[in-house]
Write a protein of this length. Structure first.
Length: 234
């Protein structure tokens, strides 16, 4: 009976460890998704005048995805290497988040530049549509970027200090709270990204000829934007 009890406890510990690894890998996946979107949009904007380079952009994005996404799971396995402590692992993860603030600033400047380009009447409709598409995705990425910078970095501090300062008896509870906060933050950021809340505000917050034809719920698809621009051009 005692043997079965210890075996059951061991199996439960293995399952909990797997779930913890899965959660951490998902957080890494969100992190690398931001990087892949940024890089893909950079090339899409750089080659916005060359419509025939669309296939090249797709290849670049697939290459980035095939590189970044497996890394989300492989990086988590570093914590299981004997000579890498949990504190060292958390410091490494925090170092991956450091470029986020610079990335946010670059995206902000990039977004403003694209907006000015989009307002220029000298661009062909196809180029204007590509610029508007880039603005959409970059603006939507802000929600993921901001939410994850705040919650990931803020909660990472107690994770780094836990072995030195935090009482070991409270360690498990604190870890569960931190992981729960991160999970909620990741879910919220993805919902905001999918629903495109920032985009709706950007397109419909001012009464302009481009925004008067917005739907009552503030949502527009890319086809509506393109044909609306075509109608104005004609």
């Amino acid at each position: 009976m005692e043997v079965n009890y210890h075996q059951t406890a061991k199996d439960l510990a293995i399952k909990l460890l797997f779930l913890e690894d899965l959660r951490a890998s998902a957080n890494n996946l969100v992190r690398f998704s931001i990087y892949s979107i940024t890089i893909e949009r950079f090339f899409a904007t750089k080659w916005r005048k060359r419509h025939q380079n669309k296939n090249i952009i797709i290849i670049i994005y697939l290459t980035i995805s095939l590189s970044f996404y497996p890394m989300s799971f492989f990086i988590r396995q570093l914590v299981h290497i004997p000579w890498i402590s949990l504190t060292l692992y958390n410091i490494f993860i925090l170092s991956l988040d450091i470029p986020f603030s610079a990335l946010f600033y670059i995206l902000l400047v990039f977004n403003r530049k694209l907006t000015r380009l989009e307002e220029s009447k000298s661009w062909p409709l196809t180029v204007k549509f590509k610029i508007r598409e880039n603005i959409n995705l970059i603006t939507r990425s802000f929600s993921i970027l901001i939410i994850n910078i705040f919650f990931q970095d803020v909660t990472m501090i107690p994770m780094i200090l836990q072995e030195k300062i935090i009482d070991k008896e409270l360690l498990g509870i604190i870890k569960d709270i931190i992981y729960s906060i991160r999970d909620v933050a990741a879910i919220i950021s993805l919902i905001v990204f999918i629903k495109g809340i920032s985009i709706n505000n950007m397109f419909c917050n001012k009464k302009t000829p481009k925004s008067e034809d917005c739907k009552e719920n503030g949502k527009r698809n890319e086809g509506d934007i393109y044909f609306g621009m075509l109608k104005m051009k004609l």
